[in-house]
Design a protein around this ligand. Structure first.
Ligand code: SF4
Length: 206
């Protein structure tokens, strides 16, 4: 548990939920997802509603996460590293959790408490230049662009329907067949990459 100053820190949290990691290296692994509100980017292809949220203290976040049996917590967003994550990360670490972060790489964590750093770069203004896994969202006709990032593992993730498309009347959460086929062929032609579909969407879970 952090000190009094740390536990008094407040965060705007979009949601906390328990599921399986659907993507990339840890696909299929149970984890608690700690989704921070807001993002410094507004990517037109974003598939996540990240604007809403509730203000929560470190203690409230810890209490919420403790109801689940998994000892792995994934910081995601939005962009989690827009926040000072040290207070919540140090409190979770002290409680024995393994910590992952999913980020666009434009902010440095400011500490070394994350056990796994996953970067999905969107432009060359990167502050993180090496990470555990790089995930590139790829649409039809596009090439995977790392913007100078290096990683231990490289994943291509087919672009999904956007958040606004999903909530449309004919919305589907699944990648269209043409985009999927394009990404399959792309990985076959560029074998340094691996394909990562969002398994949770195909399973119909969160
Ligand atoms: S960086 Fe990620 S969370 Fe932020 S708008 Fe782009 S796709 Fe969405």
């Amino acid at each position: 548990m952090g000190n009094a100053g740390q536990s008094g820190h407040l965060y705007k949290i979009n949601e906390i939920f328990y599921s399986l990691q659907g993507e990339a290296f840890w696909q299929g692994t149970p984890a608690v997802f700690l989704r921070f509100s807001d993002c410094n980017l507004r990517c037109p292809f974003c598939d996540t509603e990240f604007l809403s949220g509730n203000i929560m203290s470190v203690a409230e976040i810890l209490e919420n996460i403790a109801q689940y049996p998994a000892r792995r917590v994934i910081f995601t967003g939005g962009e989690p590293l827009m926040n000072d994550t040290f207070p919540i990360a140090s409190a979770l670490k002290s409680a024995g959790y393994i910590l992952h972060v999913e980020t666009n790489g434009m902010f440095e964590p400011g500490h070394t408490l994350f056990d796994w750093v996953s970067v999905s770069p969107k432009n060359k203004r990167l502050k993180i230049i090496h990470c555990d896994e790089a995930k590139i969202l790829l649409g039809r006709g596009e090439a995977a662009e790392l913007f100078g990032l290096s990683a231990n593992h490289y994943f291509i993730s087919p672009k999904n329907p956007t958040h606004s498309e999903k909530i449309g009347s004919a919305g589907s959460v699944l990648t269209d067949a043409e985009t999927l086929q394009y990404c399959i062929e792309y990985v076959k032609q560029h074998p340094q990459w691996r394909l990562s579909v969002q398994l949770h969407k195909y399973l119909g879970i969160r």
